[in-house]
Design a protein around this ligand. Structure first.
Ligand code: SF4
Length: 393
């Protein structure tokens, strides 16, 4: 395996593959200098995808060697009933809507218990901003999940849900709300709800949703309590490249302050069910998704991990992204609703074997990880028989 010196040499040997307009940036990356927002914009405007992959791969291997991780997890959405109506969201419903759902705690416990028996280490749980569920309901849910097993990590609630709980349900400050949730069993908060930070775009795609300052403040508070979280970006709709860069800048700045983000998970807008201002948007191409991942990897120098969300990309493209800066394929998930209600045609789950097969075929070393991206010992299933065909989107 190449060390940093070897990687640097490898990059130098490939310098002829880097177009002139990216060479200064490449030198900065080699020298571990921080990139400017103008550099990020130059990268976003570059059409030489392979050059971006070469540069991103240097950062990726510097941070994560040849490993590519995945988590064995179970998604569950406790309810899609939401007081907001974000324009891009096909998941949310009002109570009167035919597609509204709300799981009883007993049902959630049963489903997660079944997943635990399959070996999951994490339950990932988000929902809408529910108008009537009580504080006791959330705390009972967390406490009962916690009793399922000492090794089950509960990753739950976006920063938007946390603010909703704090302001409308718990009626407590953000910190106290997070302390209360943590005392009941919350292990980490999710990165959702960030969308695009630009306020003008935000007003067009998710009017009424919490502001960027409020989203950042929840994560800042959680990090100051010793908590860890992921961060996201919803791109490929009406935002400009400069607005994407500004989103990344704000994430990088908060990470400079707190070091609390474990991984970055960008995902492309799923356009199938959209109308209004989003009706004419085309799905982000494979080229664009790989470019976005590579630029994110190169620019976000202070975030260790970059996840390809296969639910959005499809596993085949997620596999390719392992050569464009990505070091994590997310997880088994077992049941995804939010993207699929928006029209995603990818599978709803992956097996551990399928994820490991995809990683190994891409020339990377698979490793199961925990919720904080720490590799679990002896988790790789290398050499196991009956490796399945890649599950295709
Ligand atoms: S994105 Fe979240 S907050 Fe917005 S409508 Fe959908 S569930 Fe509600």
């Amino acid at each position: 395996m190449l060390g940093y010196r070897g990687l640097t040499l490898a990059l130098r040997m490939n310098y002829q593959l880097i177009p002139k307009e990216l060479r200064l940036i490449t030198e900065k990356v080699e020298a571990r200098q921080r990139l400017s927002e103008a550099d990020a914009l130059t990268l976003y405007r570059a059409n030489d995808l392979n050059a971006l992959g070469i540069i991103a791969n240097v950062v990726r291997e510097r941070k994560n060697d040849n490993y590519a991780t995945y988590i064995h997890n179970r998604y569950i959405n406790y309810s899609n009933i939401c007081i907001l109506s974000c324009q891009f969201c096909a998941f949310a419903a009002k109570k009167r809507d035919a597609h509204a759902f709300e799981y009883a705690i007993d049902e959630i416990i049963r489903v997660v218990g079944d997943a635990l028996a399959l070996g999951v280490t994490e339950v990932h749980m988000v929902g809408g901003l529910h108008p009537t569920l009580k504080k006791e309901w959330y705390l009972d849910l967390l406490q009962r999940l916690r009793t399922l097993g000492p090794n089950l990590h509960i990753k739950a609630f976006t920063a938007i849900e946390v603010r909703h709980l704090a302001q409308r349900i718990f009626r407590m400050p953000i910190r106290d709300t997070l302390e209360t949730l943590r005392a009941a069993g919350l292990g980490s908060i999710t990165g959702g709800g960030a969308e695009i930070f630009d306020p003008v775009v935000r007003d067009k795609i998710c009017r009424g949703k919490e502001t960027v300052a409020e989203w950042l403040d929840v994560h800042r508070t959680w990090h100051s309590m010793g908590g860890r979280s992921t961060c996201t970006m919803l791109y490929g709709h009406i935002e400009t490249l400069a607005q994407r860069v500004d989103h990344l800048r704000q994430i990088r700045e908060l990470q400079d302050e707190t070091s609390g983000f474990t991984g970055f998970v960008p995902f492309a807008f799923e356009p199938s069910q959209s109308d209004g201002i989003l009706a004419q948007i085309k799905r982000a191409s494979g080229f664009e998704q790989l470019r976005n991942l590579a630029v994110s990897r190169i620019y976000l120098d202070n975030i260790d991990h970059l996840t390809a969300y296969w639910v959005s990309l499809g596993l085949p493209l997620a596999q390719v992204s392992l050569s464009y800066g990505v070091d994590d394929l997310h997880g088994t998930i077992l049941e995804e609703k939010i993207f699929h209600m928006a029209g995603a045609t990818t599978p709803q789950q992956q097996t551990v074997a399928a994820l490991e097969y995809a990683i190994r075929e891409a020339g990377r070393e698979p490793a199961q990880r925990d919720s904080h991206y720490r590799r679990l010992n002896g988790a790789s299933r290398a050499g196991q028989p009956n490796e399945p065909e890649l599950v295709c989107a």
